[in-house]
Design a protein around this ligand. Structure first.
Ligand code: GAL
Length: 341
């Protein structure tokens, strides 16, 4: 009888604490698995550095050991699915997934649900229907449209305040776009909203060309070289979906030995360490800060709260019980110091 009672109580306790959740008072360590779409992506690697230091701070503050195992899926969804399986088998309490293919989360979510291991997706946003498939699926990131709008505002103010930017003096802003991956929400939405905002702000635009450069500096340089061969000095503005591609364009301006006063205005998104340096040097006119500190900390705090059952730190809001989104911020020479702090 007593044995039956104990089993019933244990089952009830399990139900109460929920999937992936340890008993608050008995948690001595937390094991977090992480799988990245590409560990060499500049923004992702900077975000992960912050994530690791947030975990060390949290360990000190809470007295709970936090063990992080990070794997690189190197651009393969199949590899990433296998990594999640392995991380589950290794006993991770929660897994953070930077999806390779944001349209293919089903294998991962099915495995996670079957094994009761919560998943925090981050940076590469899946469609909301996929996140609804189980109540222990979360997303941490930022609203892509906001970065597009801010980039458009930066471009509009550059064009309006700097007559020399209109090289041919026709009152129209001739531009090219360097896009991230095809199908990535940040590429599609950033491009659309930056151009729409530019027009809404009263700037007449002419698109000369665009190229997909997969967030990558070297690819962006090559693509910029091709567009320069075609449009030359007609290019007045280069909008890049991220800083690394903006830097690739700048590499090409330097390689082509274009005199500094002939450079088109270059605007990025991210505010990576190298990106901010380029703004400081005046090579990149401006960028939009993608809050890697906030996203990394939000992800760590969410993981901690899921596993321990403690409420989520008040610094963060869990929207619809699933989303943490951090705001973007414009960066120009004027507020650079504040951002670099
Ligand atoms: C974006 C970021 C890019 C790249 C991409 C990867 O949010 O701006 O630089 O890191 O995520 O998914």
């Amino acid at each position: 009888m007593l044995k039956r009672y104990i089993i019933l109580c244990a089952a009830a306790a399990l139900l109460l604490t929920g999937c992936g959740r340890k008993d608050e008072d008995t948690v001595k360590n937390i094991k977090i698995g992480v799988t990245l779409y590409d560990q060499y992506d500049t923004f992702i690697s900077e975000l992960m550095n912050v994530f690791t230091s947030c975990a060390s701070e949290k360990e000190e503050e809470s007295g709970i050991a936090i063990n992080i195992e990070t794997l690189d899926a190197s651009g393969s969804q199949t590899t990433q699915n296998e990594q999640v399986q392995m991380l589950i088998e290794k006993g991770c309490d929660v897994i953070c997934v930077n999806l390779v293919d944001r349209t293919e989360p089903t294998t991962i979510t099915d495995m996670a649900e079957k094994n009761g291991v919560p998943i925090i997706f981050f940076n590469r946003e899946l469609v909301s229907e996929d996140l609804e498939r189980w109540d222990q699926l979360y997303y941490v990131g930022a609203d892509a449209f906001e970065s597009g709008v801010l980039q458009g505002e930066l471009a509009a103010s550059a064009f309006k305040n700097n007559p020399a930017m209109d090289k041919n003096g026709d009152g129209i802003c001739q531009y090219i776009v360097l896009e991230g991956e095809a199908g990535h929400q940040d590429s599609i939405v950033r491009t659309e909203y930056s151009i729409n905002t530019l027009m809404e702000q009263g700037v007449e635009v002419e698109k000369l060309g665009y190229a997909i450069a997969n967030w990558n500096r070297a690819q962006a340089q090559t693509k910029t070289a091709t567009m320069f061969a075609q449009y030359g000095n007609r290019i007045e503005l280069i909008l890049a979906n991220n800083d690394d591609m903006a830097l690739g364009a700048i590499d090409e301006l330097k390689a082509a030995e274009l005199p500094r006063e002939m450079w088109p205005v270059v605007i990025g998104i991210d505010g990576t360490d190298v990106g901010l340096e380029a703004v400081k040097k005046g090579e990149m006119t401006a960028t939009v800060y993608n809050d890697k500190e906030g996203q990394a900390k939000g992800m760590l705090e969410l993981a901690y709260s899921i596993v321990t059952g403690n409420p989520l730190s008040e610094e963060f809001e869990l929207q619809d019980g699933k989303y943490i989104r951090l705001p973007y911020q414009i960066v120009t020479k004027d507020n650079l110091e504040e951002i670099q702090k």
